[in-house]
Design a binder for this molecule. Sequence first.
Ligand code: SAH
Length: 360
Amino acid sequence: MKDLIDILRKTRNLKEEEFAALIRGMSDEDGQYLKENAFQVKQAFYGNKVFTRGLIEFTNYCKNDCYYCGIRKSNTNAVRYRLTFEDIMSCCEQGYELGFRTFVLQGGEDLRFTDEDIEKVCLSIKEKYPDCAITLSIGEKSYESYKRYKEAGADRYLLRHETADDEHYSLLHPGSLKLAERKQCLWNLKELGYQVGTGFMVGSPYQTPECIAKDLTFIKELEPAMVGIGPFLPHHDTPFKEFSKGSYELTLRLIAIIRLMIPNGLIPATTALGTIHPKGREEGISWGANVVMPNLSPVRVRKQYELYDNKICTGDEAAECRACLQRRMLTVGHEIVTAKGDFIPHTFETVEGKEDICTM
Ligand code: SAH
């Protein structure tokens, strides 16, 4: 498999069947080789600096019913909450003081928040903190809505495609949700000039190496600025409660593969990775991730944004979270920086007008 890893590093891509073969056939030794390569590429772009984003989970109401998600509409046991405009602004105030220069507003698809509400939040954050980036992660909206948020100051948008295989998508979501529509949202966001993030869960029910190969091929096609992946973790009040969690090792390997595909990409070591293993986020960095996203939501609602069981950091104040992550990053020789951390486009060398050679 080392030959495939070499090609991946050099050309930043593989054929779909090669991705599947790599995922199926990787030995521990190949894994170490992949890790070394991904780490070198990450170091070339980002050195030992890790970007941080302050995550504000501002509503757990959701009109959707995704089978894997703890805040799905049908989960009547979920205790619902919405932050007020003032709550959100005070999270930002606290976050700014702590050194956060990106705020990620994430939530269920909550129609109570109108486009005007989202615009108001974006305009207010930008007015008060013009040196900060705003990332939205509020699901599928119309082109027109995305345009309005952008004009109100939103810079980035996170919308994981979840799986790039149509049949697999239909096994994870009710029939009303369509992969083609989710993908179209991503293309719309790109066209509007957002820095776009996509991603998927590793080890979600019914996922095969072929599904993952499709995910990687889609990611290559989309060329996102950010890719978030984390292991699937079951939630006790969902139809997927009996399924096993995703593989920790495979998640790390996929972080490394994505780093080789997008050398300058912004790749978080996610909360789900920190939940599946106590050193997950640190290891994520060692395998090529370069972003961490601690929680800025008020502690009183933290536990309620429960996408999966045993989610970490639900009891800590924002300041503790940042200090804890700073310490954790130090254990792997990295430091959290106070920076906006925008995606910087990079032109890779081309040979014979065909292959993009990554010389990093
Ligand atoms: N409503 C927004 C935000 C979704 S929550 C949207 O549609 O984009 C953010 C991400 O958490 C999801 O995209 C999904 O990939 C992940 N997630 C949800 N349930 C999960 C679970 N049980 N295990 C692991 N990750 C999960």
